[in-house]
Structure formats: C-alpha cells, structure tokens
Design a protein around this ligand. Structure first.
Ligand code: BDR
Ligand code: CA
Length: 303
C-alpha cells in the first residue's frame, strides 16, 4: 500500500510523520487546518520535511471546516503548533496542486493501492469525496485518528478535537463506505509517555532532540489539564496501526456515525456497540493499542 498522510502538524502529528516516513511507502503529505491555521500547519509540515530531509511532496489543503468556524488547539501544541521553538527558516516549498486534487489524482494513478492516514480534521477527505465519489472505490484503506470510543471529549464534553473541528466532514467520511480503522482518543490516552522515558529511548540525535524539545510545552499542558506526567501521542498511535496492524490489540467492528447537531452533541462519535441500529458495521474501532509497539515504531522512525 502507498500512503497519503493528511495532517495538521501538531506535535503528535510530527511523531506520526517521523514514524510513517520510515515505516510506510509515503506518496505525499496533505495539509489541513486544525491544531493551527493552515498557513502555520503548512509551515510546520515544510519544517518537518526539512528536518527529515525527505523528498515526500507537501500539498496545501483546506483552510476552513465545511460549515462552521475554525477552531484550533494552540493551547495544546503551542502558538506555532510545534512547541514554539526557535526554528530555522523553512527551505522546502509546497507543491502547486491543491491537496484535494492530489488525493484524487493519486487514487486514479494507483487504484486500490492508496491508503489514507488522517491525523487532522477530515475536511480534505470530505472535499475529495464531494468532488469525486469514485474515491470510495479507489482508496484501499483509511486509518483515522479521531473521535472517541466512550463519548469523553477533549475539546467539547463529547467531542475529540479532529471530529469537533469539522463534524460534517467526519460524518461524511464515516458514512462513505471506505474501509476505515478508527483510532479514537481514549486508547491513545492510556499509553501516555513520560518525557523521561522518551529521553531514554529516543537517543540524542538532532531529530530526537528537536522532537523532545517540541514535546515540553505539550507535557506541561497535560500535567496542568489532566494531572498526569507525560505526553499523549494520539497521531503516532494511528501511524503505528497503519504501519503494523498488530499494534491494534483490541478492536471491534461496529457501526459508528458522527453527530452534527444538538446543543452539546455536535462532534460526538455515536457507536452502536449493542447492534441496535440495524446498520452494518462501517469501521474497525481501536479499543486498545500496544504501547511497546508504538514506542518501538517511533524509535525506528528516529533511527
Ligand atoms: C488530535 O487532536 C490534535 O490536537 C492532535 O494532533 C490529534 O490529531 C487528538 O485529539
Ligand atoms: Ca493532528
């Protein structure tokens, strides 16, 4: 499988990209609004491209969600989205083609062979579906970091960030008919990584040092907000599941939909665990991930 990484970097996006560039055959990165505005997210993607010295092309995508106002997660990832480090000027340039057109084009060039690893709001994928529904048949596999498995949100009471940032797009993608593995927020919280553990494992190379420096404000935020010491690398868990499906230790094939209305319900992942909806399962839901495997995959990415 050849992969497109759809991303809104983001500290955990950075970890996922580091791992995916080593563990997957990556065709391109498509950038989307999310953790920070699109221009900052694009700059971050190009910064990571420079840092990784990779030839993978970077495409700019949607700057706003389908319907409502943009939100961001700068309080989590830093004002610049990558921990507010002093950084060199970006050298790499984005491609001219729009990310949505690139996704469609790659799916036509490699029908059935392209996987989508999505690490941000699903706006680019929803727009691609809106432009050409044939995408459903041509995409081999989709691994999504987004949503919740128990309805406990991190952005609204019931909404995980990527789904809350564009609920309509998430709803469209989940009901599209594509083969989806969903890595929700909860199993990624369970495998929090203390920075001291990461420091011990990741080594002292330039890439590892830069990544660990990015993580510091994120770790401070988690300690303040959740009273826990460590960093939650949700997108890395999704990348690990794409790289090695065995990373998913416990899963369920279920019907799931995204709520787009209601005073409190918008962005909620509604999951039919009991099979009461009469709907066929449309996702494989990750309930538990292999912490050791996730960390090994990050270490491999940094080696
Ligand atoms: C998701 O939201 C973002 O802040 C992270 O990068 C991740 O994709 C976790 O809810
Ligand atoms: Ca992300």
């Amino acid at each position: 499988m050849k992969w497109i990484i759809d991303t809104d970097p983001g500290v955990d996006d950075a970890a996922a990209i580091i791992a995916a560039e080593k563990g997957l055959d990556v065709l391109a990165w498509s950038v989307v609004h999310g953790n920070v505005d699109l221009d900052k997210a694009l700059r971050n993607a190009l910064f990571l491209k420079d840092l990784l010295e990779t030839e993978t092309p970077v495409f700019s995508g949607a700057e706003s969600p389908l319907l409502e106002k943009r939100i961001n997660a700068a309080s989590v990832h830093g004002e610049d989205g990558l921990g507010d480090l002093d950084r060199p000027a970006v050298i790499s340039r984005p491609e001219n083609e729009h990310a949505v057109d690139m996704i469609l084009e790659k799916s036509r060039t490699y029908p059935g062979e392209v996987g989508l690893l999505t690490l941000g709001p699903l706006t680019n994928i929803a727009l691609a579906l809106g432009k050409d529904r044939g995408l459903v048949e041509r995409i081999g596999r989709v691994v999504i970091m987004g949503g919740t498995s128990t309805g406990r949100g991190n952005t609204t009471p019931v909404g995980e960030f990527n789904f809350a940032a564009d609920p309509e797009a998430a709803a469209m993608v989940l009901r599209s008919g594509m083969e989806i593995t969903l890595v929700p927020w909860e199993p990624t919280v369970e495998i929090l990584f203390p920075l001291s553990e990461l420091e011990g494992k990741l080594g002292t190379g330039k890439l590892a040092r830069t990544f660990l420096a990015m993580c510091e404000p994120f770790a401070a935020f988690i300690e303040k907000r959740m009273g826990r010491k460590g960093i939650i690398l949700s997108d890395l868990v999704a990348a690990a599941v794409a790289i090695d499906p065995q990373t998913l230790l416990k899963g369920a094939n279920v019907f799931a939909a995204v709520e787009t209305a209601g005073q409190w319900g918008r962005g909620l992942t509604a999951i039919d665990f009991a099979g009461v909806s009469g709907q066929k399962p449309n996702i494989k839901l990750c309930l538990e991930a292999d912490r050791k495997r996730v960390l090994d995959i990050l270490v491999e990415g940094l080696s």
